[in-house]
Write a protein that binds this ligand. Structure first.
Ligand code: BGC
Length: 356
């Protein structure tokens, strides 16, 4: 069967390769993969900057954003039937079974020895058949068969937003009204939709024109689109209750520090490179303290966010029919994987590889 693989650490080693079908253990689902999405993490792995093969394996099968159907189930599996639509979560707990992994929060793993499908020590879903422990798989309604592949990127903002609320509401009475989303890639757009679902006033900033698809999708949710080329980020208001940094750009992430209002939160969900030096750390830190501001980092998402995200995808489909589908701007068969893994044109949002 077909698999999209890399040799981790080797730049541009991505290839389509014949591999043996996986043999599910008794607690595992055998999954017929429908689609995998491609994100910045995949591109970092392809560039050789990230990623780790399973122990003893000469390659890593890519793909952590997925949508599949159950093909078969091991003896111990409960609650799943062949044909059902599922999304498998990404991370599995550490061998030490630390406090958080043991509590179902491997996204908060203490040892760092967790594994991640398609990223770190576990093969991913970019193959015709894949496997996942059934306890880490979430069912999707058939109504999401077109857009369920967006669940994994949505879970990243589900967690960031939910943890921002948890922390803020545990330290004060916090009723945020205005949110600023930096970036209108899949994560920024999904964050915009999620915050709009609950009625926040949202402004979303990106560098595309007001006529671009990204701008249109932002506006269809009732959020305001801000073209950063005309309104540079440092000229924006500085009183946002919640700033969600989803560009992954270090200079923008530094600018984001100054945008939260008194008692506001800046939530970071990107992976930032260390190429930028900053000279005004003291100003930012003083601002942080004097305004009771919170800088919060958030990575990965456990099953509860996948469950909540599934409900929110349904709500988004109901509120803005067809909006999510338009975020998937490229769909290619595995044989044309290079088109999905190389950066697309100006209008590209989410590229997916369609296996079946
Ligand atoms: C994935 C997360 C993962 C992170 C770091 C992201 O692209 O969505 O699930 O934890 O990369 O590996």
């Amino acid at each position: 069967m077909r698999a999209i693989v890399v040799t981790p650490g080797t730049k541009d080693s991505i290839r389509l390769q014949e591999v043996d079908p996986p043999a599910p253990a008794s607690n595992e689902l055998l999954l017929r993969v429908l689609r995998v999405g491609v994100c910045g993490t995949d591109r970092d792995i392809v560039a050789g900057d990230y990623g780790q093969a399973p122990p003893g394996a000469p390659y890593l099968v890519l793909g952590h954003e997925s949508l599949s159907r159950v093909e078969a189930a091991g003896d111990e599996v409960r609650g799943f039937r062949p044909g059902e639509l599922v999304v498998a979560t990404v991370r599995r707990g550490c061998p030490e079974n630390c406090l958080n992994c043991r509590s179902g929060e491997s996204d908060m793993c203490l040892t760092g020895h967790y594994t991640e499908h398609g990223i770190k020590g576990l093969h991913g879903f970019a193959r015709d058949l894949a496997i996942s422990d059934y306890r880490f798989a979430v069912k999707m309604p058939e109504s999401l068969s077109e857009v369920g592949v967006l669940l994994e990127p949505l879970t990243i903002v589900e967690k960031g937003v939910s943890q921002s609320f948890k922390v803020q509401q545990s330290r004060m009475a916090w009723k945020p009204r205005q949110a600023l989303v930096l970036g209108a890639g899949p994560v920024g757009l999904l964050a915009t939709a999620l915050l709009r679902l609950d009625g926040m006033e949202v402004s979303t900033v990106a560098t595309r024109s007001e006529e671009s698809l990204k701008a249109k999708l932002v506006e269809e949710t009732g959020a305001k689109y801000v073209n950063a080329k005309k309104t540079p980020i440092p000229t924006l208001a500085t009183n946002w209750d919640l700033v969600l940094e989803a560009t992954g750009s270090t200079p923008i992430a530094l600018e984001a520090e100054n945008l939260a209002g008194v008692n506001g939160v800046v939530c970071y969900v990107g992976i930032y490179r260390s190429e930028v030096e900053t000279s005004n750390v003291g100003v930012s830190l003083t601002n942080l303290v004097l305004g009771n501001r919170l800088f919060l980092g958030s990575v990965n998402a456990n099953k509860t966010y996948f469950e909540r995200g599934t409900e929110d995808l349904v709500r988004m489909e109901q509120k803005w029919p067809g909006l999510l589908k338009r975020m998937v701007t490229k769909k290619v068969p595995p044989e044309r994987f290079t088109e999905a893994y190389s950066p697309g044109d100006e209008e590209e949002i989410k590229a997916v590889v369609q296996f079946s």
